[in-house]
Design a protein around this ligand. Structure first.
Ligand SMILES: [Zn+2]
Length: 374
């Protein structure tokens, strides 16, 4: 199906333009370095030190595999890369003259002042490209009753008149009796087979040129402007174009999409680092590992997060209380449960006589590690 190669317009005695605008949104925050309402404190261990943060959601909760459905939103972006890839290198091939290439100039609006000159410009274009050009002028009144815009009318005109995809139709429209301020329009409609020759860039150059040419003077010189626009365009066509900047842009764009997608799905980024976090319960204290000296929060780990040494509450406190003595405290003393492992009998800590032992090995006193730390 033919498609628009672009268009334009203006008003008699002047012109105008319009702009698009975009919008942006923001994400909600669930993680912070500072406490906020509804948030609990968490800790994770990285590079030899504890990192604290606050969150009002459970950061350790494994995200649903459904999150990968999010990746679907990237499909349009990836699809947008495909035409980009086509633009990196373009080798135009002249269309074979196996269709009706008769040049059409159809001046229903009666605005073509130099048909011979226009015809020769169009002929040169056909010789170079194999694309049969057509210039059609109509009154605004012809289409405005039944069509929302000239593009739709030009499309219908193309498919009604050309059975192929090899034409380039330039349709111009102005009011039957234009007065100051009236609008004129024009639209290009190109067949699919012309895409390698009338590339987006070529069409853009042509469109800008034609818009400028038409806007000169108080009323547009239609045949002179279209003729000149073709004369300017034809010598630039059929050249092999290589645009490394598009390749470069594509790589950047693709890289950004992948990076963004990995972040969104939590494969990389802060959510992942938070996943190994542990909630800090009230009253927990920062203690030091006896093996490596690393600091961690009591009650958050079963082995040292840095060196893997087994965590013993007593051992940790020993570092702080009696560092010079090498001692081995056995397991029962860690617990407040007065259980004697050697005899199998329950004993009360108060009944154990350990007054001959070094301070760090005594049961009494070590039972209150918090006091020892202060
Ligand atoms: Zn350690």
């Amino acid at each position: 199906m033919p498609h628009s190669s672009g268009g334009g317009g203006g008003s008699f005695g002047g012109g105008g333009g319009s702009f698009d605008s975009g919008s942006s949104g923001s994400d909600s925050v669930h993680y912070s370095n500072n406490p906020f309402p509804g948030a609990d404190q968490y800790v994770y261990y990285h590079h030899g030190s504890p990192h604290y943060f606050y969150s009002d959601i459970d950061p350790t909760k494994k995200p649903s595999p459904l999150r990968f459905l999010l990746l679907l939103i990237y499909l349009p972006f990836l699809a947008a890369l495909l035409p980009m890839a086509k633009g990196i290198i373009n080798i135009p091939k002249k269309l074979p003259i196996d269709y009706n290439t008769a040049i059409v100039i159809n001046d229903d609006a009666d605005v073509i002042t130099d048909e011979a000159k226009l015809a020769s410009s169009l002929e040169a274009f056909l010789d170079k490209t194999g694309i049969a050009p057509a210039v059609v002028t109509v009154d605004n009144e012809t289409w405005q009753a039944n069509y929302a815009d000239l593009e739709t009318y030009a499309y219908d005109w193309y498919v009604d008149n050309f059975p192929d995809e090899n034409h380039w139709l330039i349709m111009y429209s102005e009011p039957q009796d234009p007065v100051q301020g009236d609008r004129y329009y024009w639209e290009g409609m190109q067949g699919d087979n012309t895409d390698n020759i009338i590339t987006t860039q070529a069409a853009e150059g042509f469109n800008n040129n034609l818009n400028n040419l038409l806007a000169q003077g108080d009323r547009p010189d239609v045949s002179g402007s279209i003729s000149k626009a073709f004369d300017d365009l034809t010598p630039t066509l059929m050249k092999v174009t290589f645009r490394p900047q598009i390749l470069f842009m594509g790589i950047l764009f693709f890289g950004f999409i992948i990076f963004h997608a990995l972040g969104m799905t939590g494969v990389i980024g802060s959510r992942r680092k938070y996943r190994n976090a542990v909630q800090v319960v009230k009253g927990a204290k920062e203690v030091q590992c006896s093996a490596c000296g690393g600091k961690y929060m009591s009650g958050t780990v079963e082995t040292c997060p840095y060196c893997g040494a087994p965590v013993s509450g007593v051992e940790d406190i020993r570092i702080r209380t009696d560092a010079d003595e090498s001692v081995k405290i056995s397991q029962p003393y860690m617990s407040n449960d007065p259980y004697d492992y050697s005899s199998g009998q329950k004993v009360r800590a108060e009944d154990i006589d350990d007054s001959e032992l070094p301070l760090s090995q005594r049961v009494k006193g070590i039972f209150k590690p918090k006091d020892d730390i202060e």
